[in-house]
Write a protein that binds this ligand. Structure first.
Ligand code: F6R
Length: 390
């Protein structure tokens, strides 16, 4: 039932505050108390007592893990790239993200104590299931030291993935009808934040205050998404008029927002059929800048933090080639944001949490451009919700 919304995709975009809330409520301990500092250590990073995150993952899966390998396709692969950033930066775990379709024919070198994570919204993607099965088998064949540690992330625990893996994070996003993944992507992101926090807790790689700060930030996300949805429904709808003849788009981001540039480009191309590319902003000068002129709009994700100035200067390079510049950035960015022709503002947050917000205006942009072109947003040509063939 689409209710007041014209398409399921728009309805699902608007369900995202609730999806995030449900996922956080399911897995963050409400009554979690900061544990007493350990008597044997003065280090603030030594955590005793219960983890604030309750994903129900057994020690056999998590203890002694030395690296993580993630297998996924499409939008789930983008969520996994954010996951890699979090697992590396928060839990100090080297992480490889492979397209499942590639992993099947170029498996990474076997190492002991590797956690393998399969990420899929449908839970039925043939490549992801086959890559996971292959990984499981070659680990069993390699002996006890290489024993598989398999974890699935999905919103469909009843799916083939759910039956195949011994451990699962159910993202609680429920079924998604629009072929373009929106709420299931956001829920996968939240699952990765929780997983990285849980592993950081177990591995004692983050201080308790930092963990508390991130949890507090996560709790504010649902109302911040509501704010973005309220602010931009109208203006992105109007902005989309300007792109009725546009043939190419470039999306730029860096660091933890690079995967969001990829995701913004994928959303746009799959439902509007406009050619779009996502790039790490610093790579633009190594090739794609040759594409730029006044006919190619550039969307730059510029969130305050480590790479903010860098993204602004990359955006300036695009502006110098007459590209129309669209900024995903907080209003509070001040003077440096004046280089943008259009602003898709998002609240200022901890850089670490920013991908959860920056993807929202990009989903809306893709939706409105496609809807204005009169396209079948929920059933784009040549695409299916579950890709059950290789
Ligand atoms: C994009 C999209 C696809 C899927 C991909 C993997 O909006 O939906 O790129 O992300 O086909 O699907 P799942 O996550 O079901 O494995």
């Amino acid at each position: 039932e689409k209710q007041v919304f014209k398409h399921f995709m728009l309805k699902e975009i608007h369900e995202q505050p609730g999806v995030v809330r449900d996922c956080l409520n399911a897995y963050i301990h409400d009554d979690w108390q900061v544990p007493e500092p350990s008597k044997t250590s003065k280090s603030p990073s030594v955590n005793s007592g219960d983890s604030p995150i309750n994903l129900n993952l057994p020690n056999a899966l998590c203890e002694g893990v030395e690296q993580v390998q993630i297998l996924a396709c499409g939008t789930s692969w983008h969520a996994s790239l954010v996951g890699k950033y979090l697992l590396e930066q928060l839990a100090d775990l080297p992480t490889t993200v492979q397209y499942a379709s590639e992993a099947r024919y170029s498996p990474i070198p076997l190492r002991p104590n590797t956690m393998t994570i399969g990420v899929t919204q449908s839970g039925e993607t043939a490549d992801t299931l086959a890559a996971l099965a292959m990984e499981q088998q070659r680990r069993i064949n390699a002996g006890a030291a290489f024993a598989p540690r398999l974890l699935g992330i999905t919103n469909r625990p009843e799916s083939s993935l759910g039956q195949m893996v011994p451990h699962l994070i159910d993202t609680r996003a429920g079924i998604e009808i629009g072929v373009a993944a929106t709420k299931t992507f956001l829920a996968q992101l939240i699952a990765f934040y929780l997983l990285a926090l849980d592993l950081a807790w177990r591995r004692q790689t983050l201080s308790i205050p930092r963990i508390q700060e991130i949890i507090k930030g996560l709790r504010q996300i649902p109302s911040q998404i509501e704010l973005i949805l309220g602010n931009h429904e109208q203006d992105i709808g109007e902005l989309s008029h300007d792109f009725s003849d546009t043939q190419d788009f470039i999306f730029l981001g860096r660091g933890i927002n690079f995967p969001i540039a990829l995701e913004g480009a994928l959303k746009l191309k799959e439902i509007s059929y406009i050619h779009a590319e996502g790039y790490p902003a610093g790579e633009m000068k190594h090739g794609p800048i040759a594409l730029l002129d006044d006919k190619v709009p550039v969307v730059a994700i510029a969130m305050p933090g480590m790479v903010y100035e860098k993204v602004i200067s990359n955006a300036q390079e695009a502006k110098a080639r007459d590209a129309r510049l669209i900024g995903v950035t907080p209003k509070t960015s001040g003077e440096s944001a004046e280089i943008f022709d259009d602003l898709l503002s998002v609240p200022e947050v901890d850089e670490l949490l920013s991908p959860i917000l920056t993807v929202i205006p990009l989903q809306l942009l893709a939706y409105h451009i496609a809807a204005r072109r009169g396209l079948d947003v929920d059933q784009p040509r040549n695409l299916a919700k579950s890709v059950t063939v290789e």
